[in-house]
Design a protein around this ligand. Structure first.
Ligand SMILES: Cc1cc2nc3c(=O)[nH]c(=O)nc-3n(C[C@H](O)[C@H](O)[C@H](O)COP(=O)(O)OP(=O)(O)OC[C@H]3O[C@@H](n4cnc5c(N)ncnc54)[C@H](O)[C@@H]3O)c2cc1C
Length: 379
């Protein structure tokens, strides 16, 4: 059988793209791991922060929001977003860093300056001496990531889509307009192929004979600790620390803490560095009133960026039938609904959906050709 599309990678990017494509095409998803979402998509902080990322990312976040708020009937049971809110705090000498947080406010997603006393009332585990300025963004929400990924895959299968797991793609060849996608087990055929391989997207591009887009995977660490005994943290907002990009987010009655690190790392099943975890635990005890008695869990994930930190979605300029869906950085969950529609529309009709054009996002803005030019200029 020759599929219309083979989607490589079953993280949030691949699963959502496959769902959109399968509405009117035959689609096969091939995933290297036995479990979809095993890499970045299963390791995120699960936040929808509309004001986060490059100007282009923020526009894409806005295009995703309506789907998150009211997905199609039958797509999912229960909400995809849950209220959270985000408090940003700065200590002595770092107050100016909150100017950028406040400047990001939009009428749809306001950010208010609040007093340090109000911030301390909101988050009782902060140390008063470390909070001299604060801002609050009520529109930040949690995303039900596992539910979203499961709903995309379920909807995809309902539309007749097929998925192979535990089969890494090892070779890509093209002849007479048909791609042959070879995995560790078999060879499959398709008219067009979608590269949604996350941190591995440049490696997959090379297999197809495409120029690299200059993707850099960056490790981000997180730990889970017990909250202050006797205090219910579940309804608290998350807290961003302006001085160093660290953040704390309530997570199932405990607290997720990340230093906001971004260490360039080759694509791999990334694990937390022991020293990073120790330094983070020490920082947490000094910065807050949370006693770190035990680290319940720690993990690391990769956030993959190209040079301009915006996503790379669209047809390769030189390799026919090879489509990129990569470079989602730290925003791939919240951008997924809009980008999935974009990649499906570009792959099928070579144009962006009308809501993208309506806010002046062009295919060149998100396409891979912009990077080939930049890489060429640099060399
Ligand atoms: C700590 C952390 C916090 C984050 N917080 C947020 C957040 O709050 N909000 C947000 O929107 N985003 C967040 N992100 C970013 C988000 O997780 C990513 O942008 C998103 O998951 C990327 O999805 P993806 O499908 O491109 O990649 P992945 O989920 O990594 O999927 C790529 C898939 O490709 C597969 N693959 C690789 N090579 C092959 C091959 N040869 N053959 C077949 N399959 C292959 C992999 O196995 C993998 O399953 C965070 C990320 C991290 C690490």
């Amino acid at each position: 059988m020759v599929y219309d599309f083979i989607v490589m990678g079953a993280g949030m990017a691949g699963a959502s793209a496959a769902y959109e494509l399968s509405q009117n095409a035959t689609v096969l998803v091939i995933e290297a791991e036995r479990q979809p979402g095993y890499h970045s998509s299963g390791r995120s902080a699960a936040l929808f922060t509309r004001n986060y990322g490059t100007a282009l990312v923020r526009k894409i976040n806005a295009l995703s929001e309506p789907f998150f708020k009211s997905p199609f009937e039958d797509f999912v049971e229960g909400p995809l977003l849950r209220p959270r809110g985000a408090l940003a705090v700065a200590g002595p000498g770092h107050e100016g860093k909150l100017d950028a947080v406040l400047a990001a406010a939009t009428p749809e997603d306001p950010v208010f300056e609040i007093t340090p006393a109000e911030a301390l009332k909101m988050i009782p585990f902060l140390r008063a001496e470390n909070v001299t300025r604060a801002a609050f963004e009520p529109g930040v929400t949690d995303i039900e990531v596992a539910t979203l990924l499961g709903a995309y895959l379920k909807g995809f299968k309902r539309r007749g889509g097929q998925i192979k797991t535990g089969e890494p793609v090892t070779a890509l060849t093209q002849s007479s307009g048909t791609w042959e996608v070879t995995t560790s087990k078999e060879t499959y055929r398709a008219k067009k192929i979608i590269n949604a391989c996350g941190a591995w997207a440049d490696e997959i591009g090379e297999l197809a004979g495409a120029a690299r887009i200059g993707l850099v995977a960056k490790r981000r660490t997180a730990i889970i600790v017990e909250a202050t005994p006797g205090y219910d943290v579940s309804a608290l907002p998350c807290v961003d620390f302006a001085a160093n990009d660290a953040y704390i987010k309530p997570d199932a009655g405990k607290l997720m803490v990340s230093p906001g690190d971004a260490t360039p790392t080759p694509p791999q099943d990334v694990q937390p560095d022991e020293m990073d975890v120790a330094v983070l635990a020490d920082w947490l005890e000094r910065e807050t009133l949370i006693p770190v008695r035990r680290i319940a869990h720690s993990w690391a994930g990769l956030r993959s960026f190209v040079s301009d930190e915006s996503p790379v979605v669209g047809l390769d300029p030189l390799v026919p039938g090879f489509i990129w869906h990569a470079g989602q950085g730290g925003y791939g969950i919240m951008m997924a609904p809009a980008l999935a529609r974009a990649v499906a529309s570009l792959a099928q009709d070579n144009k962006l959906p009308t809501d993208f054009s309506a806010i002046t996002i062009t295919a060149d803005d998100i396409g891979p050709a912009r990077l080939a030019i930049k890489i060429h200029e640099r060399n």
